[in-house]
Design a binder for this molecule. Structure first.
Ligand code: PHB
Length: 469
């Protein structure tokens, strides 16, 4: 596991203001600890969480029960894990920042043109935080993700912000073998909005040579980005309109620690149409009492998650310390795992996910109940597409498929799992001995589960690409 250096925290007043919401501060502490867990996958034992936060175990339990109630954390025996719905918080921040949404597609084009990894980073405290990453899968690949941070003096984008360089080179500052060049992207008022980096490896480019090799396309990309910034509403000071919904309002009031649930709701009031909000607008958007919203904002400002200018509040990139990096490292099989376990339990049968692989289908995840005779299809196994429901489904474009096979006496039923664009990216199946289940009942159960998996996939993949296997 790669060690991501942490950005030193800005000089916050150690003593929280009297109006700060203590349970909200504790909840944020728990989310930050899970995000920073050594495993990098956002999981910690509850006992370790008590140790890293310094909170009493009973407090950790109540906070985690609240986060689980909101769907932000999954509790599994002695462990707590960050769950995909928490990505709504990071998405609100990334959306409100505008940079990934507006400039991300141009960064993607640059990565294609150069066949190198490309990233966008914004300043965060004394360091930088990545808000967009286009990775090339290589034997030696970079493992920074959206939400990861680096110290300002230790990477190319950091040098752009800290030293005001118009071209900064990272010659293995972050890691041996890693070379990067970064350039500033400026808004219409001349201020640096973000840094655009091209990242490579010394086996492909020496640092000095990388800058020369990528300079032309990099500069052309910056010009396109700056003209997009000049014409997009990014700079036009558009005022927010009325908010559409107050999703989750009812649930919040039933959370074990209501003040934590209410406080977290404030973060998701922001989006690209509402990058800044006044207190009144936040109260309206969230359905919270003004006094409640105000105390949450005081708490967030104290901790550096929110800033304000006049009456306009804005999220800072620090919000991405609440789950973003581990959740942006996930894959579809990992997203699906808890849902497959629940479905297998509900049906008492073997259920799994598959993707196309030539004229075969490859199993990417499987949960099989223990019994004397059980379906034995392992993750990674490849079966002829024509013999399985998953294969038939992935070849056609139906809403379900049924097959007898892959072996005599087996029957399988499959339904699609779709990405945000509605494309079928995987097939969800149940496979069992013939005559054991009812196709219609199985199809219905599969559809329920496919919808849950798709919802988690969609929220996770809004600003990051999630591998389907
Ligand atoms: C990146 O992973 O995008 C990256 C790493 C180091 C740098 C710049 C960018 O100096």
């Amino acid at each position: 596991m790669l060690e991501v250096p942490t950005v030193p925290s800005p000089s916050v007043t150690p003593q929280p203001p009297a109006e700060a919401v203590a349970p909200l501060m504790r909840g944020l502490d728990v989310l930050r600890s899970l995000t920073a867990a050594d495993s990098g996958d956002g999981t910690l034992a509850l006992a370790d969480l008590a140790r890293t936060t310094g909170l009493a175990r009973s407090t950790v339990d109540r906070i985690c029960a609240t986060l689980a109630h909101l769907g932000f954390v999954r509790l599994d025996g002695r462990d707590a894990s960050l769950a995909p719905p928490l990505m709504t918080v990071a998405n609100a921040c990334l959306d409100a920042l505008r940079v990934p949404g507006v400039l991300g597609p141009l960064a993607d084009e640059l990565a294609d043109e150069l066949d190198e990894s490309v990233s966008l980073a914004v300043p965060d405290g004394d360091g930088i935080r990545f808000v967009h990453q286009v990775l090339r899968r290589r034997a030696l690949s970079i493992s920074f993700r959206v939400g990861d941070a680096l110290p300002g003096g230790g990477c190319a984008p950091g040098l752009v912000f800290r030293d005001g360089l118009s071209l900064a080179v990272d010659d293995q500052l972050v890691e041996r073998g890693l070379v990067a060049v970064a350039v500033p992207v400026r808004g219409p008022d001349g201020s640096v909005v973000c840094a655009l980096s091209v990242v490579s490896h010394t086996s492909r480019h020496a640092a000095g040579e990388l800058a020369g090799a990528v300079r032309g396309p990099l500069e052309a990309c910056v010009r396109s980005m700056e003209s997009v910034l000049a014409t997009s509403s990014h700079a036009s000071g558009r005022r927010p309109g009325p908010r559409a919904s107050n999703a989750g309002g009812a649930d919040i009031e039933r959370a074990p620690v209501v003040s934590l649930a209410r406080g977290l709701r404030v973060l998701t009031a922001f989006d690209s149409a509402h990058p800044t909000l006044t207190l009144t607008e936040i109260a309206e958007a969230t359905g919270l009492a003004r006094a409640t919203a105000r105390r949450a904002l005081i708490t967030y400002e104290h901790l550096g998650y929110v800033t304000h200018e006049d009456r306009a509040f804005r999220l800072t990139p620090r919000v991405l310390t609440l789950g973003c990096a581990p959740l942006s490292r996930t894959t579809l099989p990992r997203i699906a795992a808890p849902h497959l376990a629940a479905l297998s339990k509900r049906l008492g049968e073997s259920v799994g996910l598959s993707v196309p692989d030539g004229d075969r289908v490859r199993c990417t995840a499987r949960v099989t109940p223990r019994r004397v005779m059980s379906v034995d299809i392992g993750v990674g196994s490849r079966l002829p597409a024509k013999d399985t429901a998953a294969g038939l489904l992935l070849r056609g474009d139906g809403e379900s498929a049924v097959a007898d096979g892959p072996e005599a006496g087996l029957r399988s039923v499959a339904v699609p799992v779709r990405d945000r664009a509605g494309r079928v990216v995987s097939a969800l199946d149940v496979t069992a001995h013939q005559g054991r289940g009812d196709d219609d009942a199985w199809t219905e159960a599969l559809r329920d589960t496919a919808a849950l998996i798709a919802a988690d996939l969609h929220v996770t993949s809004r600003f990051v690409s999630v591998p389907v296997h």
